[in-house]
Design a protein around this ligand. Structure first.
Ligand SMILES: [Zn+2]
Length: 276
């Protein structure tokens, strides 16, 4: 049962070898109406063809999802851990990932996809070379997105207030801060100053913190479609499920739904279906 005319999961990964359309149907059954589909981070293609193959696959997966009546946003780009894939294959990770950024930008400009991501730093400690190269790749992506006004989604480690300040400084040197979003944010992120739009994992605790902050936010599952590991990921229906909680805890719930499922996504992605 739809609880609102628009219920948007701002970040998830789907694949044919996972639950795929069954997961989409479940999302829909709980009231979900739209989703941002991000490349599935896996290494099944040759390094030379990696981006070409995963981007085409993501676009094709999203096409099938849209046939089920779900509106889709498509996000393409190098994932920070691709670095290790290219390095162990004897390829230059920086050059390969920059080429992946160029290819994603070309597809987005051609109308095949909507946003660049997920770009940034590995979510675990890495040695200085990897960290520094990841910074170069991020700066390159920011420049490319700046050239073509493409929204950029960040993947980073969990950040402190200082971490946010540092990354905002990098962004401001290359792009507009309002065109950049941090995905997989948590409740404590809402308390930090700064202007990066945060997309929170749709747990009850995070939703509560986001509502209390009064700031802009989006909700996501970061669902990873792996039927070999059921129960290891947040359920695909978590965003529509949290709508019940928002409805029960906010008097102005329809205003909240309008903001997080229509106004903010429209401002960021500029997809017409959000403009209701
Ligand atoms: Zn991520």
């Amino acid at each position: 049962m739809a609880i609102f005319r628009s219920v948007f999961d701002n970040f998830l990964h789907l694949r044919r070898n996972g639950y795929f359309l069954d997961a989409v149907k479940e999302f829909r059954r709980y009231g979900g109406t739209s989703m941002n589909i991000v490349n599935f981070p896996e290494y099944v293609y040759s390094p030379k063809r990696h981006y070409e193959e995963i981007y085409q696959e993501t676009i094709s997966v999203a096409g099938e999802v849209s046939h089920t009546g779900i509106n889709t946003v498509i996000t393409l780009g190098p994932y920070p851990l691709d670095y290790f894939f290219f390095r162990s294959a004897g390829e230059d990770p920086v050059a390969s990932m920059k080429a992946g950024i160029d290819m994603a930008a070309a597809l987005i400009r051609g109308g095949m996809a909507d946003a660049m991501g997920e770009i940034g730093f590995p979510h675990f400690p890495v040695d200085w070379d990897v960290y520094s190269d990841s910074g170069k790749i991020l700066e390159y992506a920011l420049d490319v997105c700046n050239d073509y006004d493409i929204p950029l989604i960040l993947h980073t480690e969990d950040m402190s207030s200082d971490g946010y300040a540092k990354i905002e400084n990098i962004i401001k040197r290359h792009y507009r801060i309002d065109r950049v979003m941090k995905h997989h944010a948590n409740s404590f992120d809402m308390g930090y100053p700064g202007h990066i739009l945060k997309s929170l994992v749709a747990s009850r605790n995070n939703v509560r913190a986001a509502l209390e902050s009064g700031k802009d936010f989006l909700l996501e599952t970061d669902y990873t479609d792996q039927n070999e590991k059921p129960g290891k990921v947040i359920p695909v229906y978590s965003v529509p499920k949290r709508c019940e909680m928002i409805k029960n805890s906010c008097e102005n719930y329809s205003e909240v739904f309008h903001r997080i499922f229509e106004e903010i996504p429209y401002r960021f992605y500029r997809k017409e279906f959000f403009n209701l």
